[in-house]
Design a protein around this ligand. Structure first.
Ligand SMILES: Cc1ncc(COP(=O)(O)O)c(C=O)c1O
Length: 479
C-alpha cells in the first residue's frame, strides 16, 4: 500500500554519514546536522507505526451482538461478570463498574464526603480529569510536584504541602489523589516516605487514581489494590478497554453497596424489588440519597469480559515490547546518550506493565534526574535547552516518516485556569511563579515522549521505531 518515496540505498546513506561526519569536523558551519536529518526525513519506509491500537476484535463484536439480541442493554449479567473478573484479577473483594474513570473518581469523592470544607492534593503532572473532579467538589485543590523519574507525585513535596496547609487551616479535612502514572505505583519505595505512612501520620484520606495503571504489578501487588480505594479507566488508550468505562476497587462491602447505589441515581432495591424488576413487577426502588447516572452498559460489560480473557496476552506483550526497547536503547551508545529508558526498580522490572513506554531525553545523568527537580538550575543549562529542542525535533521527524510518538501526559501548571485557581488560593504568589513551584512536572513535560507500545506491535514495526531513533541519534548525538 505504501511506496518508498525517495529510496536512498543503505550503502549511499552510509556514505552520506561518513562524508557528513568528516565534513562536520572540518566545516562545522557548512555541515549542519539539521540539514542531514532533513535529508533522512525524506526516506519513507513501507512500515507505518501507529502510536496505539485497540485490542478489541471479533470476540468483542460477537459478545456485543449477543447482548444487543438479548435486549438487556444496561447493568446486566455481563457487567456483573466483568466486575467479578476485575476484582479477582486485582486481588480485591469488590469491583464496581461505572461509565468512565472520571465518574469512578467522582463517585469516590462523593462517597468520602469531599466538599468545600476539604483540601485535596493532586499531582501537577496528570490528566486534567484528576484536577477537574476535585475542583467540582468545591474543595481547595492544591497541585503537588512530581518526581521526574517515576512521573508520580513526590512524597517529599506532598509532605511539605500538607504541613503548609495545616499551618494555614489546622482543622480542614485533607485528601490526596495519588496518580499511579504509566504503571508506576505512587508513593512506593522510590521515596523515603511511603504514601501509606504519610497519609496515616497526617490523617489524610487517600483516593487512588489508577486510571492509567491498570494491570501493573509492584512487589507482587496488582494495581487496583495499591490504595485503600482505587479508580481505573477503560478508555480506548488504556491497557484494557470497554470503549468508555471505569471501575472502583474496594474491600468494603458497605462501600461497594453504596457505590452501586450512587452509580444508579441513588436507587436501592431490596430482594423483592429486584425479583419484581426482573419479572416486570411494579415496585419502585427506594432512594435513600441523591446519586448519579454512572451506569455501565451491558455492551461495555460484554467487551470488558472479552478483554479480560486477553489480559495475560496484553500484559505479556507489553512487557516484552518494553524489555526490547529497554535493551536496545541501553545497548546503543548513541541512543543512550540521547534517551533514558523508563525507571526500573531493582528486581521488580519484570512485573511492571507500562501502560505507555515513556522515554526521557538524556538531559542529566539518570542519578541526578531524581534530585534535579528540586533545583531550578538544571533547567537553565545549555544541555537542557538543547534536549528540549531535540525532543521536539524527534517527534516531528518521526511523524514525517510515519512513526507516531506522543507526549504521554499533560502538565497542569500549563493550563491557564488552573494557574489562576492556584494564585486565587494563595498557593502561588503570582502566575510567574509556576515553573519555580513545579520543576518536576516541567521536566516531565519538556523531556518525555512515549514510543508506540501495544500488543499487536510487530517485531518489524518495533525495529522500524528503533531504526528511526537510531538515525536521528546518529545525526544529532555529537551536535
Ligand atoms: C490519570 C487519569 N485520571 C483520570 C482519567 C479519566 O479517565 P476517563 O477518560 O475514563 O474518564 C484519565 C484518563 O485518561 C487519566 O489518565
Amino acid at each position: 500500500m505504501f511506496r518508498i518515496a525517495d529510496p536512498i540505498s543503505i550503502r549511499s546513506r552510509s556514505l552520506v554519514i561518513v562524508i557528513m561526519r568528516f565534513g562536520s569536523a572540518v566545516f562545522p558551519q557548512l555541515w549542519r546536522r539539521a540539514e542531514c536529518s532533513r535529508l533522512f526525513s525524506t526516506r519513507i519506509s513501507a512500515i507505518e507505526v501507529p502510536y496505539t491500537q485497540s485490542t478489541v476484535g471479533a470476540e468483542e463484536i460477537d459478545a456485543v451482538s449477543q447482548v444487543i439480541a438479548s435486549d438487556r442493554l444496561i447493568m446486566g449479567p455481563k457487567v456483573t461478570e466483568f466486575e467479578s473478573m476485575l476484582a479477582r484479577f486485582c486481588g480485591r473483594k469488590f469491583a464496581v463498574a461505572v461509565s468512565s474513570g472520571t465518574s469512578a473518581l467522582q463517585a469516590v469523592l462523593h462517597l468520602r464526603g469531599v466538599s468545600s470544607e476539604w483540601t485535596v492534593f493532586v499531582p501537577a503532572y496528570t490528566w486534567v480529569a484528576t484536577y477537574n473532579v476535585a475542583v467540582a467538589t468545591g474543595a481547595r485543590v492544591i497541585l503537588v510536584d512530581v518526581r521526574p523519574d517515576s512521573y508520580c507525585m513526590s512524597m517529599r513535596a506532598l509532605e511539605r504541602a500538607i504541613e503548609d496547609e495545616r499551618k494555614l487551616f489546622p482543622n480542614r479535612r485533607l485528601c490526596v489523589m495519588p496518580v499511579h502514572m504509566f504503571g508506576y505505583r505512587c508513593g512506593a519505595e522510590v521515596d523515603e516516605i511511603t504514601l501509606d505512612a504519610l497519609s496515616k501520620q497526617h490523617n489524610v484520606t487517600v483516593i487512588g487514581d489508577a486510571c492509567c495503571a491498570f494491570a501493573s504489578v509492584e512487589n507482587g501487588v496488582t494495581c487496583g489494590n495499591w490504595t485503600p480505594i482505587e479508580c481505573t479507566s477503560f478508555h480506548p488508550r488504556k491497557l484494557l478497554t470497554t470503549g468508555e468505562g471505569g471501575a472502583v476497587f474496594t474491600d468494603s462491602e458497605e462501600e461497594m453497596l453504596r457505590l452501586k447505589r450512587l452509580r444508579d441515581h441513588g436507587a436501592f432495591r431490596d430482594a423483592e424489588q429486584r425479583k419484581q424488576t426482573t419479572q416486570g413487577g411494579t415496585l419502585v426502588p427506594q432512594f435513600p440519597e441523591a446519586g448519579f447516572n454512572y451506569r455501565m452498559t451491558e455492551m461495555q460489560g460484554a467487551i470488558g469480559v472479552e478483554q479480560m480473557k486477553k489480559i495475560d496476552w496484553i500484559t505479556s506483550r507489553r512487557k516484552s515490547i518494553a524489555r526490547r526497547y529497554d535493551e536496545e536503547i541501553q545497548a546503543s551508545k548513541e541512543l543512550s546518550s540521547l534517551l533514558q529508558v523508563p525507571l526500573a526498580r531493582t528486581g521488580l522490572l519484570d512485573d511492571r506493565v507500562l501502560t505507555a513506554y515513556p522515554v526521557k531525553m538524556n538531559f542529566a545523568s539518570p542519578a541526578s534526574v531524581v534530585e534535579s527537580f528540586l533545583s531550578q538550575d538544571i533547567q537553565s543549562t545549555e544541555r537542557y535547552a538543547r534536549m528540549k529542542r531535540l525532543r521536539h525535533e524527534i517527534i516531528h521527524h518521526c511523524a514525517q516518516v510515519r512513526v507516531a510518538l506522543r507526549p504521554p501526559m499533560i502538565c497542569l501548571p500549563d493550563i491557564a485556569f488552573i494557574v489562576r485557581d492556584q494564585v486565587r488560593l494563595g498557593i502561588l504568589a503570582s502566575e510567574d511563579q509556576v515553573d519555580l513551584r513545579f520543576p518536576g512536572a516541567r521536566v516531565c513535560l519538556d523531556m518525555t515522549f512515549a514510543l508506540p507500545s501495544f500488543p499487536q506491535l510487530s517485531a518489524d514495526q518495533q525495529s522500524r521505531v528503533l531504526e528511526v531513533l537510531h538515525e536521528f541519534a546518529a545525526a544529532h548525538v555529537t551536535e
